[in-house]
Write a protein that binds this ligand. Sequence first.
Ligand code: ACO
Length: 406
Amino acid sequence: TIDVRTLYKALGYFTFDPGFMATASCESAITFIDGDKGILRYRGYPIEQLAENSNYIEVCYLLLYGELPTQSECDKFAASITHHTMLHEAMRRFVGAFRHDAHPMAIMVGVVGALAAFYGDASNVHDPAVRELAAHRLIAKMPTIAAWSYKHSIGEPFVYPDNNLGFAANFLHMMFSVPSEKYVPDPRIVKALDLILILHADHEQNASTSTVRLTGSSEASPFAAISAGIGSLWGPSHGGANEAVIRMLEDIVHSGNPVQHYVDRAKDKDDRYRLMGFGHRVYKNYDPRARIISKACYEVLETLGEGNEYQQLLDTAMELERIALKDDYFKARNLYPNVDFYSGIILRAIGIPLNMFTVIFAMARVVGWLSHWMEMMGDPNARISRPRQLYTGYDEREYVGLDKRS
Ligand code: ACO
């Protein structure tokens, strides 16, 4: 066999593949996706089985270390994550110094990047123990950063982590407790949030994970690499989609227009409108996470009881899905609901404000980013990522002095 890279290099060729539609950027043993069959596995375990039986902390261990933990490994890992949940007091002041109306994703990009200033020891990225400590710190601190960015935006005092609580419950505590009253969530709500974290934990070489790998490939601090990943996730074509789905559903509900009107708009090529939460670069079948999450959506709305305000959003989403899946436009392009189509309804029902949706996605995905970063940094053959380009600009031309330019 011939190594394509060696051959292309020898011939002076490279591939032109805008959007990386047909380019594998690396080898990875973490997550398997078969987009045509709608299969997703973390380290070989089907997402359906992990969603049914596991929890986020266990999934974090699995992604980072490659195996499901034994009880004692799980306890040790959970203890380490719990141990690192606090932020330095100077970071608390840093979060508090942002404009009150700053988007929490903007705060998260800044604060996570700034952690590099506190943990300069993490710059020794070739030491596996240093990488592991940075990973634990990041997984542990993301919920604190996320919740504090929210508290800042509503002008409430920051709530410190409660290390007696599990990962998801602790996040809800930091989000919704106030000095006069501790928030005690329904265990079914905690479970639903934990499920959302599991389903978003990794998804191989998506835009944000590729960003983390690309940034990390220069041997940058892991905090800088993860901060770059958060920036990439923010966009509405990626992690911002769950926020956009709710805006779309609320718009449909409030407009009084029939759902068909929005499906028709999405098909109109002169209109840039798209059905948010539909379509995926890899899944050309039903996103397996969407199936799991739509079921959880019913269960969460059931806990809220009859006549809750989110039922209308779910009914609208289901009608939209029904109409779109029968439509030739969507069928021909294999456009199915993705994970974000239903996750936003759950988050909304839990009481999470819209601008925190992508932050929660980042909180879940940080373990995926870190697993990829650790896999890459542990690969002795890894090298800096440096795509090429097809130059389409001018040939060489003479400089023209300012006084001679018309
Ligand atoms: N609504 C209407 N038409 C769509 C949609 C949509 N949601 N998604 C894709 N299409 C159409 C495109 O217009 C294109 O049509 P054409 O062949 O006639 O030109 C065709 O389907 C292929 O679409 P691409 O944009 O080429 O597919 P790509 O793989 O580049 O994009 C993406 C995937 C970005 C997810 C796209 O489907 C989209 O914008 N969806 C809505 C946003 C969304 O839900 N993003 C979340 C992704 S999942 C995640 O990040 C967790």
